[in-house]
Write a protein that binds this ligand. Structure first.
Ligand SMILES: Cc1ncc(COP(=O)(O)O)c(C=O)c1O
Length: 419
């Protein structure tokens, strides 16, 4: 039976901030947040409502490439708002074409599909692999391989590719057809290839991060990726790199794969691409350029505003020579972390990372990640956890030498306090 709502008590059609219980939570309970709202951001700094200043080594989790409230980005986006904000992919979008040209001219890709986030870019990659496999041999079961301790996002497809059961728990059944190998261990992949031959299956694609970010800042090894590339070529398997976190200069190279001396068949981007504005992308080479009209789409994907943000980020990385800055600041952080590890060996096991994607590896059973991120927060420094025992440092690509010095000084005194 339909229950009728009593019109005078219904909230339908009313709009206001003050309800019957003004303090009741109205956001879904999906995040463990620090209880703070930032009022202002500039460069690598954020301010709370009391004027307390924080050095931001989180940067929206490797997203605000140019820092907060960047002058050039503000100017370009204001102009874009005046020009045109959103149009459908039913029409040509000039900003999208410009951006795809910038991306393909600077990478191994020949073509780009735009979406709005990392998970969506991975979903696009999963569809691409499925289509590639079906084109090859529809009669055989088609598999997708991904790495243990990987992270590819929270939508069902991306979650199915994520090699961390803690994120998958409670959302089963996930997509079928995924198999997991050990990161940087080629024998672990070869074993799955051998089994697939015996089981009459084909491995249509592999999704892998060039450096695992969320899983604990674990850089890919050159030799492993070289063998992986060979294996993919031999078996006609698409090699797709998830560059959502590592791409757009974060490692000191424009694309993470440049550190590994291989080229993928496709790669995904998001996070740093829009400098804080939502945009994701799947980039493909000739072999992987198989989508046809109707295969895939996104209402907001490649929206002119988001594309303008990304164009500006790419142009500014070049104009300000930010790749060099990432290398220099990355080296500076590495030196500082090595000293910290030697001064506090009972709590810091070591460091890992590339460029401005750095991780401090804590000793097992020493201090927990939450106590470090909380102490850093109290001390006006924002850092984020990765994996089970790593503190991730991912500041804006624009961080200066002096700011990096301050970052290291704060970290040093935080770890000293734990001793
Ligand atoms: C490597 C990688 N892939 C995919 C994602 C998912 O991106 P998003 O949160 O934009 O969906 C993330 C997010 O942390 C990531 O680090």
């Amino acid at each position: 039976m339909v229950k009728l709502v009593d019109a005078p008590h219904s909230k339908c059609g009313t709009l206001g901030y003050v309800g019957s219980s003004p303090t009741a939570p109205t956001l879904m309970n999906t995040y463990n947040r620090f209880d703070i709202s930032f009022r202002k951001g500039k460069g690598c700094w954020l301010w709370d409502k009391n004027g307390k200043k924080y050095l931001d080594a989180v940067a929206g989790i490797a997203t605000c490439s140019l820092g907060h409230s960047d002058r050039v980005l503000r100017k370009k986006l204001s102009a874009q708002l005046k020009k045109i904000q959103h149009i459908s992919n039913l029409y040509n979008i000039e900003e999208q074409e410009l951006l795809s040209r910038l991306l393909t001219n600077s990478s191994c890709a020949e073509s780009v599909f735009f979406c709005n986030s990392g998970a969506e870019a991975i979903e696009s990659a999963i569809k691409l692999i499925k289509k590639y496999g079906n084109n090859k041999d529809k009669s055989k079961e088609s598999l997708i391989l991904a790495a243990e301790s990987s992270f590819h996002g929270r939508t069902i497809g991306a979650l199915s590719a994520t090699g961390q059961p803690k994120y998958q728990k409670g959302f089963e059944p996930l997509l079928s057809g995924f198999r997991f190998f050990k990161y940087n261990k080629i024998d672990s992949i070869k074993k799955i290839f051998n089994e697939s031959v015996q089981n009459q299956q084909i491995i249509s694609g592999i999704i892998i991060e060039p450096i695992q970010g969320e899983g604990g800042v674990i850089p890919g090894e050159k030799e492993f990726f070289r063998e992986l590339r060979e294996l993919c070529d031999m078996n006609d398997t698409l090699l797709i790199l998830d560059e959502v976190q590592s791409g757009v200069g974060r490692t000191g190279k424009m694309w993470g794969y440049e550190n590994l001396d291989i080229e993928p068949d496709a790669f995904t981007l998001a996070k740093g691409l829009g400098g804080g504005h939502p945009i994701g992308a799947l980039l493909v080479n000739k072999k992987a350029n198989i989508f046809k009209p109707g295969d895939h789409a996104s209402t907001f994907g490649g929206n002119p505003f988001a594309c303008r943000a990304a164009i500006t980020v790419l142009e500014e990385i070049k104009r300000r020579n930010l790749l060099q800055n990432v290398m220099l600041r990355g080296n500076q952080i590495e030196e500082g972390l090595i000293k910290m590890a030697s001064d506090f060996p009972h709590i810091i096991k070591g460091r890992r990372g590339m460029g401005l994607l750095q991780g401090i590896v804590l000793q097992e059973n020493s201090i927990d990640l939450k106590s470090v991120t909380s102490k850093a927060f109290e001390n006006g420094l924002l850092v984020v956890a990765a994996g089970s025992n790593v503190i991730r440092i991912v500041p804006p690509l624009t961080i200066s030498k002096n700011e990096t010095k301050q970052l290291l000084k704060k970290l040093y005194s935080i770890f000293k306090d734990f001793c």
